[in-house]
Design a protein around this ligand. Structure first.
Ligand SMILES: Cc1cc2nc3c(=O)[nH]c(=O)nc-3n(C[C@H](O)[C@H](O)[C@H](O)COP(=O)(O)OP(=O)(O)OC[C@H]3O[C@@H](n4cnc5c(N)ncnc54)[C@H](O)[C@@H]3O)c2cc1C
Length: 388
C-alpha cells in the first residue's frame, strides 16, 4: 500500500490519470499537474485491446466504459480497390475483450474516478523544467514558480520536460508518413468491426464509436512532404479525399462526408534509454512514443500506470521499486514500438509479386489456420499486467 504517501503526477492524459487513480486507490495522497485549463480530449477513437482492458477492469472502470463502448467483434483487412477481404481476425474470445472507445469517454471516466478517489487536480499548471535533486524533484512552472516535490510520476507526453531531465534530447525523424484522423456522424449501421483498407503506400482504418453514432477514421499516406507532429493541426478534407480517390466506393463515399480532418506527421522517436532517476519516473508517451500501427500507445500507457504503482506499493525502497518498474516495462514497450513500425510496411505493399504473395498467403492462412496469424500478436494482447 501507499498509505499517506505523497505522489505528484505530471500530465492528465491517459497515462497520468490512470497512474493517479491507481496510486490514490492504494492510499496515496495524489496531486496531478495538468497544463490545460480543463481535462479535455480530442474527438477520436482508440482501440482498447485486452491488455489495456485488463487494467481498466482492475481499476474498476470496465463496466462504465463498456456501457459507452460495446465490444468489437473483428478486424478485417481489405484490399483497397475492390474492398475484398484479404484476412479477418475474429475478436470473439470471451477472455480477450476489445473495445472501440471514444478518447473523451475514456479520459472523462478516468478523471471522474480519480477525483472521486481524492486526487487533487491542479489544472492550468504547466511544468517547464524538471530537475532531480537527491530525493527531491524540483519543478519550474510556467509562471516561474519553483516547487519541490517528492515522488513524481511524469506522464507529460511526447514533449516531456521530465524525459529531458533523465535523458539527452533525442532527435525524432519524419517517417515519410502522414495521418489524417476524422470522426463523423453515422447511422449505427456499421458492424462493430475495424476495417483496414490496404493500398499501395496508403491505408485507412475505419471503426464505429458510441454505438455507431460516430465513425472514426485514421488514414495514413506515405509521402515526402513533411507535416507537423501533433493532433491539433487541421487540413482541408479535400486533400484526404484526393489521397484516397482510387480506393473503393465505400471509402470514397465515407471520405466525401468528412467535415473536419486533422493531419499530423508521423515521427519515429527512440524509446527513452533512462526511465527513472532519484524519485522520478516516466510513463506513457513520455517514455515511449509509438507509431499508431499497432494501436498500442494508450494500452501501453495503462499497463505502465498499473505496473509502476504496483512496484511502488510492493517495495518501500522507492529506488528499488522504480528500477523494478523500468526493468519490467522497457523491454516490452521497446518491442511493441518496433512491431508497430514493422506493421506499416505490411499494410502498404505496392502492387506486384510481393503484394500478391503476401495477400495470397494471408488468404490461405485465413482458410486453413487463422489462429496462427492471430497468435502472432498474442504476446501483445494476451499479456495481463494485473495478474503477473
Ligand atoms: C491517431 C492516433 C490514434 C491512436 N490510436 C490508438 C489506439 O487505437 N489505441 C492505443 O492504445 N493508442 C492509440 N494511440 C496512441 C495514444 O493515444 C497515446 O499513446 C496515448 O494517449 C499516450 O497517453 P499519455 O497520457 O502518455 O500522453 P498524452 O495523451 O499526450 O497526455 C499527456 C498529458 O500531459 C499534459 N502535459 C504535457 N506536457 C505538460 C507539461 N509540461 N506540464 C503539464 N502538463 C503537461 C498534456 O496536456 C496531456 O494532457 C493513437 C494515437 C494517435 C495519434
Amino acid at each position: 500500500m501507499l498509505l499517506g504517501q505523497r505522489v505528484t503526477v505530471i500530465g492528465g492524459g491517459i497515462a497520468g490519470l490512470a497512474a493517479a487513480l491507481a496510486a490514490a486507490l492504494r492510499g496515496a495522497e495524489v496531486t496531478l499537474l495538468e497544463q490545460a485549463p480543463g481535462i479535455t480530449e480530442v474527438g477520436a477513437g482508440i482501440q482498447v485491446s485486452p491488455n489495456g482492458w485488463a487494467v481498466l477492469k482492475a481499476l474498476g472502470l470496465a463496466e462504465d466504459i463498456a456501457a459507452k463502448a460495446p465490444r468489437s467483434r473483428a478486424v478485417r483487412l481489405r484490399d483497397f480497390r475492390r474492398g475484398a477481404e484479404v484476412f479477418s481476425f475474429p475478436l470473439t474470445r470471451e477472455d480477450r475483450p476489445w473495445h472501440f472507445v471514444h478518447r473523451a469517454d475514456l479520459v472523462d471516466t478516468l478523471a471522474d474516478a480519480a477525483r472521486a478517489a481524492g486526487v487533487r487536480l491542479r489544472l492550468g499548471t504547466r511544468v517547464e523544467t524538471v530537475a532531480i535533486d537527491g530525493d527531491e524533484t524540483s519543478l519550474t512552472l510556467a509562471d516561474g514558480t519553483v516547487e519541490t516535490h517528492g515522488l513524481t510520476l511524469a506522464a507529460d507526453g511526447l514533449s516531456s520536460p521530465a524525459r529531458t531531465a533523465l535523458n539527452a534530447r533525442s532527435r525524432p525523424y519524419f517517417t515519410g508518413q502522414v495521418a489524417w484522423r476524422a470522426t463523423l456522424p453515422d447511422d449505427g449501421s456499421l458492424p462493430a468491426e475495424a476495417h483496414v483498407f490496404m493500398g499501395p503506400g496508403r491505408h485507412l482504418v475505419r471503426y464505429p464509436l458510441r454505438q455507431g453514432r460516430l465513425v472514426n477514421i485514421v488514414a495514413v499516406e506515405e509521402r515526402d512532404d513533411w507535416a507537423a507532429e501533433g493532433w491539433h493541426h487541421t487540413d482541408d478534407p479535400a486533400n484526404l479525399a484526393r489521397a484516397f480517390a482510387d480506393f473503393c466506393p465505400e471509402v470514397r463515399d465515407l471520405l466525401a462526408r468528412v467535415g473536419t480532418a486533422h493531419l499530423w506527421g508521423l515521427f519515429r522517436h527512440p524509446v527513452a534509454p533512462v526511465w527513472t532517476g532519484g524519485r522520478l519516473a516516466l510513463l506513457g508517451d513520455a517514455a515511449h512514443p509509438t507509431l499508431p500501427f499497432l494501436a498500442q500507445g494508450a494500452n501501453m500507457a495503462l499497463e505502465d500506470a498499473w505496473v509502476l504503482v504496483r512496484c511502488l506499493a510492493e517495495d518501500t525502497d522507492t529506488a528499488a521499486a522504480l528500477a523494478a518498474y523500468a526493468a519490467l516495462r522497457r523491454p516490452r514497450c521497446a518491442r511493441i514500438v518496433q512491431a508497430a513500425e514493422d506493421n506499416a510496411t505490411a499494410y502498404h505493399l505496392r502492387p506486384g509479386p510481393l503484394r500478391f504473395a503476401a495477400h495470397s498467403a494471408l488468404r490461405l492462412a485465413a482458410r486453413t489456420a487463422p489462429h496462427l496469424v492471430t497468435a502472432r500478436f498474442e504476446w501483445v494482447h494476451g499479456h495481463d499486467v494485473t495478474k503477473s
